[in-house]
Design a protein around this ligand. Structure first.
Ligand SMILES: Cc1cc2nc3c(=O)[nH]c(=O)nc-3n(C[C@H](O)[C@H](O)[C@H](O)COP(=O)(O)OP(=O)(O)OC[C@H]3O[C@@H](n4cnc5c(N)ncnc54)[C@H](O)[C@@H]3O)c2cc1C
Length: 456
C-alpha cells in the first residue's frame, strides 16, 4: 500500500481493496528529494513549514498503523528508488495507491511502472467529493465555466458514501517502523526547522478533531457564510484545506458530517456554502486534468500574452511582506511565518502582484506552492490562473477597509501596532517612521484612500 496524498486510514479505497485482495501488506510513504530543490527564483519548491506539516501528518499515519500492529516504511529519496527495493526485498506482486491527476505526479507513476513491469498496479480515485466516474462529464469535456459544471453535477450525481476505517491491517510481520528522515537530508538547517511554526497540527487525528470542532462542538459552521472572508484566527473558516491537501481527511467524510449537521443542528446558507467550496475544489481538479501542463505556463491555458515587468526587487518585497501596503504585507508575513493565508488574503496578494506590480503570475503561484501548508496543485494553480486571466482587479486598500483589517495588520506588521485605525490602513499618508515606504501608490486607489480618511 503506497500512501501519497491520502495520509489516512479512514475512507481510503486503495487501502480497503488492498486489505480485501492481499494476504499481507507492506505500508510505505516516499519523499521525493526533488520537492525541496531550489528554483531559479531563489526559493525552494517546498519550504520548511510544509516539510514540518508533512512530517507531522506522516508520523500520525505511522502511529495509526501501529495501533493495528502494522508499520510504515518511509522512503527518503524517491519512490523510484524505494519501491523497487521493497519489491525485491519482500517479493511484492501488487501495488495499491490513490490515482494521480497532475503532470509531475503522473510522470513519476509512469516512470515507476516502466521500472517495475512485472508489478500489478491498482489505482483508485479518492481526491474529490464527487467520484471522477460519477460526474456527468468525460474529463476532456469538463466545462470551462464553473456554473456549467456545477449545475449538472448537483442534478445528476451524488457523493459516494465513505468507506469505514479498517478493523485489521495484515501488516507483514518482519517490517520495522521507520523514522521520518531528518530535515538535514534535504538541506534545511536546525535554525530553519526550529523556527518553523506550523499553524496547526498535521495528521488524520487532528483533521477529524478539527471537523468535529468546527461542526458539532462549536457550531461555528452555522456562521461560516458570514465569517469566511476574514483573515485572522482559526474560527472564521473551517481550516480543513491543509488536511485535504495531504489527504488526512476525505471530502466525503466532510460531506457526511455536514449532512448530519444539517439534520441535527441547522441547515442554512453556511452549510450549503461549505459544500459549494468543496465542489469548487473538485471543479479545479477536473478542469486541471482537462487542461494538462499548459496551465503552468506564463501565457496560461488560454495562451494570453499579458505585459509583465518582472522587477525582481519588487517581487522580493512582495515575498517578504515589505511592499509598504499594510494589507498585503500582513498577509505575506503571515504566510511566511505559519504557512497559511486566508482566501481573502490570497485573492488580494495575487491581484496586487499581477495587476499592480505586473509580475508574472507563475512566480507568485510558485511562491505560494513553496509556503502553503495546504498547497494543492489544482487549487493553487487554477486559482492563480483565474486571478491573472479571468477575474477583475481587487483593490487592496478598499478591501482592507471593507474587511476591517486593522487588528490583523497590527498583529502581523508590528511597525504599525501603536497606530490608530486610519494610520494603520494608509500609513503613507501620515509619514509613519519605521514602516517602509510603499513601492507605489496608484491613482486607482484615490477613492478608497479618501473613504478611509473620511471615517475619522
Ligand atoms: C491565489 C490562490 C491560491 C490558492 N491556493 C490554494 C491551495 O494551494 N490549496 C487550497 O486548498 N486552496 C487554495 N486556495 C483556495 C482557498 O484560499 C483555500 O482553500 C482556503 O482559504 C482554505 O481555508 P479553509 O480550509 O478554512 O477554507 P473554507 O473556506 O473553510 O472552505 C472549505 C474547503 O473548500 C475548499 N475551498 C475553499 N475555497 C476554495 C477555492 N477558492 N478553490 C479551491 N478550493 C477551495 C478548500 O478545500 C477548503 O478547505 C487558493 C486561493 C487563491 C485565491
Amino acid at each position: 500500500m503506497w500512501f501519497k496524498n491520502d495520509l489516512r486510514i479512514h475512507d481510503n479505497e486503495a487501502l480497503m481493496v488492498a486489505l480485501e485482495e492481499c494476504k499481507e501488506l507492506i505500508f510505505c510513504y516516499c519523499i521525493e528529494e526533488t520537492w525541496f530543490e531550489k528554483l531559479d527564483l531563489d526559493f525552494r519548491k517546498m519550504d520548511i513549514i510544509r516539510f514540518r506539516f508533512l512530517e507531522q501528518s506522516v508520523l500520525n499515519l505511522r502511529q495509526n498503523l501501529e495501533e493495528f500492529g502494522a508499520h510504515l516504511i518511509i522512503g527518503q529519496k524517491s519512490a523510484l528508488q524505494s519501491l523497487p527495493e521493497l519489491v525485491k526485498t519482500y517479493s511484492i506482486t501488487d501495488i495499491y495507491a490513490e490515482q494521480e491527476y497532475a503532470p509531475y505526479e503522473l510522470d513519476l507513476v509512469d516512470q515507476l511502472q516502466a521500472v517495475l513491469p512485472e508489478i500489478q498496479f491498482h489505482f483508485f480515485w479518492g481526491k474529490t467529493l464527487y467520484h471522477k466516474d460519477d460526474i456527468p462529464f468525460e474529463i476532456p469535456k469538463i466545462p470551462l465555466t464553473s456554473k456549467a459544471y456545477r449545475i449538472p453535477v448537483s442534478k445528476k450525481s451524488k457523493p459516494r458514501d465513505p468507506f469505514d476505517a479498517p478493523v485489521k491491517l495484515n501488516g507483514v510481520k518482519q517490517v520495522k517502523t521507520e523514522s521520518f528522515p531528518s530535515y538535514t537530508a534535504y538541506g534545511f538547517s536546525k535554525r530553519e526547522y526550529d523556527n518553523a511554526q506550523v499553524f496547526m497540527q498535521g495528521g488524520e487525528d487532528a483533521a477529524l478533531e478539527r471537523l468535529e470542532y468546527y461542526t458539532f462542538k462549536s457550531e461555528l459552521l452555522t456562521g461560516y457564510r458570514w465569517s469566511r472572508n476574514k483573515s485572522d484566527g482559526m474560527d472564521y473558516s473551517s481550516k480543513l484545506s491543509p488536511y485535504l491537501a495531504l489527504g488526512c481527511i476525505s471530502p466525503r467524510v466532510i460531506y457526511a458530517k455536514v449532512s448530519a449537521y444539517e439534520e441535527q443542528i441547522k441547515k442554512n446558507q453556511s452549510t450549503w456554502w461549505l459544500i459549494f467550496e468543496l465542489v469548487w475544489r473538485d471543479y479545479f481538479t477536473f478542469k486541471q486534468m482537462r487542461i494538462g501542463p499548459s496551465l503552468f505556463s506564463t501565457a496560461g491555458f488560454k495562451h494570453k500574452e499579458l505585459v509583465w515587468e518582472n522587477d525582481l526587487v519588487k517581487f522580493r518585497r512582495w515575498c517578504d511582506g515589505t511592499t509598504g501596503i499594510p494589507f498585503i504585507d500582513a498577509h505575506m508575513r503571515q504566510l511566511n511565518h505559519v504557512g497559511f493565508m486566508s482566501n481573502r488574503g490570497r485573492v488580494n496578494c495575487a491581484s496586487y502582484l499581477v495587476f499592480d506590480l505586473k509580475i508574472d503570475w507563475t512566480w507568485g503561484a510558485a511562491y505560494f506552492e513553496s509556503k502553503l501548508i495546504d498547497y494543492d496543485v489544482s487549487s493553487n494553480w487554477m486559482n492563480w490562473h483565474m486571478q491573472a486571466f479571468e477575474i477583475w482587479y481587487t483593490n487592496p486598500v478598499y478591501q482592507s477597509n471593507k474587511y476591517k483589517a486593522q487588528d490583523f495588520i497590527r498583529k502581523w506588521v508590528p511597525e504599525l501596532s501603536a497606530y490608530n485605525d486610519i494610520e494603520t490602513l494608509i500609513p503613507w499618508e501620515f509619514n509613519i517612521p519605521g514602516y517602509i515606504k510603499p513601492i507605489e501608490i496608484y491613482p486607482k486607489w484615490t477613492r478608497a484612500i479618501n473613504l478611509i480618511k473620511k471615517t475619522d
